[in-house]
Design a protein around this ligand. Structure first.
Ligand SMILES: Nc1ncnc2c1ncn2[C@@H]1O[C@H](COP(=O)(O)OP(=O)(O)OP(=O)(O)O)[C@@H](O)[C@H]1O
Ligand SMILES: [Mg+2]
Length: 265
């Protein structure tokens, strides 16, 4: 392919986060993941500095979505001094797992795989865009980094609000970076719960969605659909089982659903 055609294809693929993931990555985002990716990117693009709270059940694809979004942002801001920070409650295993996930997604992405490098064991870079990975353990030393594009806190229910306020929030204090608090279980005193209340209040002020909450059942239904289990395919499988005594399709669907149910909870 001629050079300008390659550039044109890349431009098309980069047009928005969904197109980028669909054309350059190996997975298709589920609807509930797509909504978050688009809202977060809009806030970044508009330099709106919104704070999002994403509460999804276990194994519903939070880390996958994070890694896909991070990959998009690293490519998008290749030419700019974009700094992103991602904090997980522990270094081992959570931060290491998050870095491994990003590495896998970067390596599997048609554009990013040619651009990314790793620095100092905790920084991933594409051109001038960087993401720093830190642990939010009470004693971790993470002072000094700046997030001018995105500040993410994974499993925010497990990070002490005091740690966040003292060491993590200042990274985005002067930059108007977009913030995303990801999590699952929560009680009213966690960082996640506090940010949830603040995000709901902000939503009421300007009507812009910042809170994304999903039940396990909703997440499972989306996962069924994404893996090709539609209402039509179920009816067809049942018809074949009842009318033709052929349970092959019904068994396949059941096995896939059991597999999905085992994960998302
Ligand atoms: N859109 C998708 N299509 C296919 N598989 C997906 C998708 N999103 C996530 N997955 C897969 O689902 C599994 C769980 O995803 P992930 O680890 O991101 O979930 P999580 O919500 O972070 O889980 P946990 O709550 O345990 O931290 C992984 O194997 C991941 O690759
Ligand atoms: Mg996770």
């Amino acid at each position: 392919m001629a050079n300008n055609q390659v550039i044109l294809q890349c431009r098309r693929a980069m047009a928005d986060v969904d197109t980028f993931i669909e054309t350059c990555s190996t997975i298709k985002l589920r609807d509930y993941q797509r909504g978050v990716a688009e809202a977060v990117f809009r806030s970044i693009r508009e330099r709106a500095g919104r704070s999002f709270v994403v509460m999804f059940p276990r194994q519903s694809g939070k880390n996958e979505l994070q890694a896909q979004l991070e990959t998009y942002l690293l490519c998008c801001y290749y030419l700019m001094n974009a700094e992103m920070v991602k904090v997980s409650p522990t270094w081992k295993p959570q931060t290491l797992n998050a870095m491994r996930r990003l590495e896998r997604v970067l390596g599997g992405n048609l554009i990013a795989r040619h651009l990314w490098t790793k620095e100092s064991g905790y920084i991933y870079r594409c051109g001038k865009a960087r993401i720093y990975f830190f642990s939010g353990q009470p004693r971790s030393n993470i002072v000094g980094a700046t997030a001018n594009v995105l500040l993410e806190v994974d499993e925010a229910q497990d990070i002490l609000p005091a740690k966040f306020d003292k060491d993590i929030a200042p990274m985005a204090a002067s930059t108007n970076a977009t913030r995303v608090f990801w999590g699952t279980a929560w009680t009213s005193r966690t960082l996640l719960a506090r940010e949830l209340r603040a995000a709901r209040q902000a939503e009421q002020t300007d009507g812009i969605r910042r809170v994304f909450v999903l039940t396990a059942e909703e997440a499972r239904i989306e996962a069924y659909l994404n893996s090709g289990i539609s209402l039509q395919s179920m009816v067809f499988a049942l018809w074949n089982k009842v009318m033709n005594s052929d349970a092959t399709a019904a068994d396949q669907i059941q096995a896939s659903m059991i597999e999905i149910n085992k994960g998302i909870n």
